[in-house]
Each structure stands twice: as C-alpha cells, then as structure tokens.
Design a protein around this ligand. Structure first.
Ligand code: OGA
Ligand code: NI
Length: 355
C-alpha cells in the first residue's frame, strides 16, 4: 500500500491495471474518489427505458417499405434518445471477438512495453496509450487505461501484440461500412439526400479512431468512475464490449445501463450531428461505470467529419424548420481541441459555440 500511496503522490501512476492488481487495494484511493448516486439510475424494466433496436439488415437488404419504416423510426430515436443498438449489421461475431481479444492482448503487455505507445496529447497523434484521461488536467483520476489509434483516412495501428494490426484493419473497415450506412439512413430521416451527411462532412476523409478502454475490477465501484459523463465530439460512435456491462446513457434525466442483444453495436450520436441538425438530433450524454467482479473492456469507434471541415447547422434544415442556427460554425479540429482543453472539464463544449 505504501507503494500505491507513493505512486499517487508523485502522480506517477503508470496504469490502473497494475494499481488494481496490487493485493493491498481494498478501497478506492482518494485521488480516484468519485461518487455515483444510485438514485439517478433508471429501472431497465420500465418500458420508458426500453433501448431502441435498429435492424441494419432491413436498411441494406430489406424491401423499400421496410427501409422506409426504419428511416421513420430513426427520427424518433435520434430526437429522443440519440442512442440505439444496431443488430444484424454484417460484422462477423468472430471478428468482433478477435478485436476484443487483441485489445486484451495489448493491455496485458507489461507496463514497460505499453509505455512505448505513450505520446503527447494532440488528438491527431497516430496512437496514444495512457491512464485516466489526461493526467495533466484530470481533477479526479479515472478507473481506466486506454489507447487511441487513428484508423481513417490513413490507417495506423499499434504494433503489439503481433495480431493487432491485421485484426484492427479488418474491424475498422467493416465497422466503417456500418457507420456509413447509419449516416445514410440518418440523412434520409432528415428528408435530405442519402449522401448529404457523407458529402457535407467530407467523410471520404473522415476522422475515424479505434479507442480501447480497460476497466479493471474496483473494490468500491460506486466510489469511482471509468469515464465521467460526456458527449463524443464526432458524428456517430459505435461501441462494443466484452461480457461485462458498464456503459450508461442519460435518458429522461436518468442513467440507464446499456444491456442488449449480444453482438450488437451500441451506437451513439455525437456533437457534430447535433450541430449539423441544429439541435434536432441529440448528442447523447453517456458515461462508463466500473464493477467489482471482472475486468471490462470496451472498444469505441468514433466517426467524424474530416478534420478540416467547418460544421454549421444545415441551412436546408434551418430554412425548412424556420429556425435560426443555434450554433456557430466551427472547424472540426478546433472543436476537438476546445473539447479536450482543460476549460471544458466535465462541461459541455456546446456552451462555447451557442449562436
Ligand atoms: C468513450 C466512451 C464508454 C464505455 O470511450 O468515449 O464513452 O463504455 N466509452 O467504455
Ligand atoms: Ni464516449
């Protein structure tokens, strides 16, 4: 325990994995103290909190009527939830599992080896590895280790473990197809051309990342947090996890633990979608909780515009709805930098760009 205390004092935390594995750890060290209020949690059996499910096969190979029905459903889902579970999406179960295994392989490397992947805090690094969020800015340390790799427009990869590159290339490519199908259907749900979002957001050069999160068991899960409440900065994020739950989305003022059909993609809309739709569609607030039973691994795949795109509310939508733009136009790269600057610690980046 003395070692743990010392590591924290000097802010020399190398990974939450090694901290959590130290035998003496039976409570949450104060640097990680974060209280979760169980009264804010939703009852998953309440029909009000039934998570929407979107059958992707009806978008890709359903009849025109079936497709139209999903597109209509998406209007309500995107307005009220900003979140759904995509099923029958075509990405093989074996590939999803191989991706989780490859992440597990990476996090299982000795801290010394993982350190090779540490880098600065620029979002546009090829890859980075670390613990918490940003040790220089965090006021409360997070119960997670992470890596982030840029996979589009240029594909980069971690070079350890050996299988990582091949698996992540295929997984990134296949999950991108799902994301693009979703942006097509969302464009249509807004009464726009199917390629509207893709083209306006320059998604042929769109930023895509592969972000792995490792949440080891925590002795007091209600007194620590994996990732505190936030919205993602891109257009749409896909997420998969191992057999442990932990993702919570905010819905009707409550936190709902996401649980659903195995092999589905959890899909959340992100900030640029809210900006583009002038607030019609919602960038859902979400967070990652931890548990005291087993390690949870999640992989988030955020998809965004190209980094040089300027995003503003779509004039077509503002005109049709007779509403002035609610947000100022902003370059995507600057938006990301603003979100990740200390200024926005646990606050919404939207506040800065209200028109
Ligand atoms: C994220 C995120 C949630 C999770 O990486 O942005 O929200 O369940 N992750 O790991
Ligand atoms: Ni997120």
């Amino acid at each position: 325990m003395a070692e743990v205390a010392q590591a924290l004092e000097t802010s020399n935390v190398t990974s939450i994995k090694s901290l959590a594995e130290s035998a003496a750890l039976n409570s949450v060290p104060s640097a990680y103290a974060f209280n979760i209020n169980p009264n804010d949690e939703a009852d998953p059996n309440d029909p009000e909190f039934a998570i929407p499910i979107v059958d992707m096969s009806l978008l890709t190979s359903g009849s025109p009527d079936q497709r139209a029905k999903i597109v209509r459903d998406l209007v309500k889902i995107c307005e009220e939830w900003g979140f759904f579970i995509a099923i029958n999406h075509g990405v093989p179960e074996s590939l999803m599992k191989a991706m989780i295994d490859a992440c597990h392989g990476f996090f299982s490397l000795p801290d010394e080896e993982k350190k090779e992947f540490k880098s600065g805090n620029d979002v546009l690094e090829m890859f980075k590895y670390g613990t918490s969020y940003n040790l220089a800015l965090d006021k409360v340390l997070l119960w997670r280790d992470f890596f982030k790799v840029r996979t589009h427009p240029e594909f980069y990869s971690l070079y350890k473990p050996a299988s990582f590159s091949e698996v992540s290339l295929e997984f990134s490519r296949r999950s991108r197809e799902v994301a693009l199908e979703i942006t097509k259907a969302i464009s249509e749900s807004l009464g726009l051309e199917p390629n509207y979002i893709h083209d306006k957001m320059n998604m042929d050069r769109g930023l895509q990342m592969l972000a792995g999160n490792y949440y080891p068991p925590c002795p007091q899960p209600e007194h620590a947090i994996g990732i505190p409440h936030h919205t993602d900065h891109g257009l749409v994020t896909l997420l998969i996890q191992n057999e442990m739950t932990g993702l919570q989305v905010e819905h009707n003022g409550k936190w709902l633990t996401v649980n659903g059909p195995p092999n589905g993609f959890f899909v959340n809309l992100a900030d640029q979608m809210q900006i583009l739709t002038n607030g019609k569609y919602k960038s859902v607030m979400h967070r990652a909780t931890v548990n005291n039973k087993a390690t949870r691994i999640s992989i988030a795949i955020p998809h965004g515009p190209s980094i040089d795109t300027t995003i503003a509310p779509a004039p077509e939508l503002c005109e049709r709805e007779g509403q002035p733009p609610k947000y100022l136009a902003m370059n995507y790269k600057e938006y990301i930098q603003l979100q990740q600057s200390g200024k926005n610690y646990m606050k919404s980046t939207f506040d800065h760009i209200l028109a």
